[in-house]
Design a protein around this ligand. Sequence first.
Ligand SMILES: CSC[C@H]1O[C@H](OP(=O)(O)O)[C@H](O)[C@@H]1O
Length: 349
Amino acid sequence: MGDHVKRPENAAISALRWEEPPDGPMLVVLDQTRLPLEEVELVCTDVQALVAAIGSLAVRGAPLLGLAGAYGVALAAARGYDVEEAAELLARARPTAVNLAYGVQRALTAYRRAEPEEAALAALAEARTLHAQDASASEAMAAHGVRLLSELVPGGGYRVLTHCNTGALVSGGQGTAFGVVSSLHRAGELRRLWVDETRPLLQGSRLTAYEAARAGMPYTLLADNAAGSLFTAGEVDAVLVGADRIAADGATANKVGTYPLAVVARYHHVPFIVVAPTTTVDLATPDGASIEVEQRASSEVTDLAPSPLGTQAYNPAFDVTPPELITAIVTENGVVSPVTAQALAAVCR
Ligand SMILES: CSC[C@H]1O[C@H](OP(=O)(O)O)[C@H](O)[C@@H]1O
């Protein structure tokens, strides 16, 4: 794992940045496992440190994993490591978010196509291009998402429920679903943000609440199993979530606990909206059953609350929501609704 350094006070959220000090290039990432109590950065000067950071979720969130993959290839090239081997290690670091392998492939292709003496610079340039594209996609998704909500739920003053963390911490810009929430807030249209704590790694209570507090949003944290009662009380106007991989038929893998939200939202006729860039759509994966769902260590669950010694826990990092439960998928290229394979393929062109 890399070295930790204290982050400057009140710095804008920069989940990841490339630096080139005299002693060589490095990837500096905000260690998300330490938030919200500590804002410390992790300095990665080799691919093993970056792979470890991805595995521990110090670096996390589908779009950011794509950037980490691309910059990881650039780091290997710039430091003279075996780039092909580095690309393989990075692409395998986590299986579900398609963005990781996509980002690796973008930088690796640029590296392979360049003249040897230009290859490292080509990989870095491609990583930077992907970074800028993600920031731009984030803005476009926010605009599409705000417009969609005004069509689905007339009247404004939205009460939005979200799950996991989908803000600037997972993006080159302001995020995916949380980017829509941020735009609503700036427009004075966010009446309440309901934040699922998102067990077992608590991305909601640790990260989304951190981003919402920094933005001055009206947010309320809740235990995941309290979400159903909010729907019963009529307190949710829309559910906004991110995605880690969207299959060709629109089935969507996202943080575990998303699928039950989609079922409850459908039962209560509440719009269930996925917000994701087209880099998260994987047309090569035909359906939800074909998506590999990462299984994580039992200890992430048993460490959270006392249980008898030796207790084993079922700990899938994601679940899959079928397209028929998704009201709309918001991408940077527009909104897919109803969710069909044809409409999804069209928005990715
Ligand atoms: C919009 S990407 C954020 C996405 O990634 C999270 O997973 P993890 O925290 O394990 O990287 C979660 O599925 C979010 O929706």
